[in-house]
Design a protein. Structure first.
Length: 225
């Protein structure tokens, strides 16, 4: 259904990652940004679930060269989801000048440490809120900035449920829960394989952004990618 979309996942927490996972369930290509300086563990079942089916590149976007690479990737994207403060030259005004079709979804003040229920609820709301500007983009060719406030989502969840609700807390990466919706013609689930951090560096940096092997080697040596 959304096979033509490119979604960039620049999230550290559960809410943003879950939002992007739902796009992946509907067929979008999702590229997640893995910090080049963060150690990786194959034992994290929750991360395996949230990143299932996504491509992975390593990137330190806090450094000028890394921010420039993220800007170039955003130029080719349809949606960018983030739950963190990006560098000043990656605000929506700058991104939209480079790519007027881009939808930037920002999750404000994520509270992932307060329980997975609120994080998943915020991620689901972020996904739904991002779908609306997609219609506008399809008709008018213009993107939009979307802001999702985690505290407001949590307040809404507390009002709507009795506290007994349960959301996926994955410990076994071979038993992923299904998405909270069904769409005719779509597959029921995703393959359990989760990309290693940086597994798609050559494909994205070389194939999409056009960087040479020498340039990628230089950036890797500097721990930018």
């Amino acid at each position: 259904m959304l096979e033509e979309l490119l979604v960039v996942d620049v999230s550290n927490g559960v809410a943003g990652a879950y939002c992007c996972l739902l796009f992946r369930y509907l067929g979008a290509e999702v590229v997640r940004i893995d910090p080049s300086f963060r150690p990786h563990s194959d034992d994290d079942g929750l991360a395996a679930y949230l990143n299932a089916g996504k491509k992975s590149i390593t990137l330190d976007a806090s450094r000028p060269e890394g921010a420039e690479l993220l800007l170039h990737l955003a130029e080719r994207a349809d949606v960018l989801v983030t739950d963190q403060a990006l560098s000043p030259n990656l605000d929506y005004a700058t991104l939209s000048r480079q790519n007027p079709r881009l939808i930037l979804t920002r999750i404000v003040e994520p509270s992932n440490g307060e329980g997975l229920f609120s994080a998943y609820f915020t991620g689901l709301n972020s996904f739904a809120a991002t779908l609306l500007p997609l219609v506008n983009m399809a008709i008018l060719g213009r993107g939009q900035e979307v802001e999702v406030d985690d505290a407001e989502c949590v307040a809404a969840a507390a009002f709507a449920v009795d506290g007994e609700g349960r959301w996926p807390q994955v410990e076994d990466d071979k038993a992923f829960p299904p998405p909270p919706f069904r769409v005719a013609g779509q597959t029921e689930g995703l393959p359990p394989a989760t990309a290693r951090p940086g597994e798609h560096n050559d494909e994205i940096y070389g194939g999409v952004l056009g960087l040479s092997g020498e340039e990628m080697a230089r950036l890797k040596e500097k721990a930018i990618i």
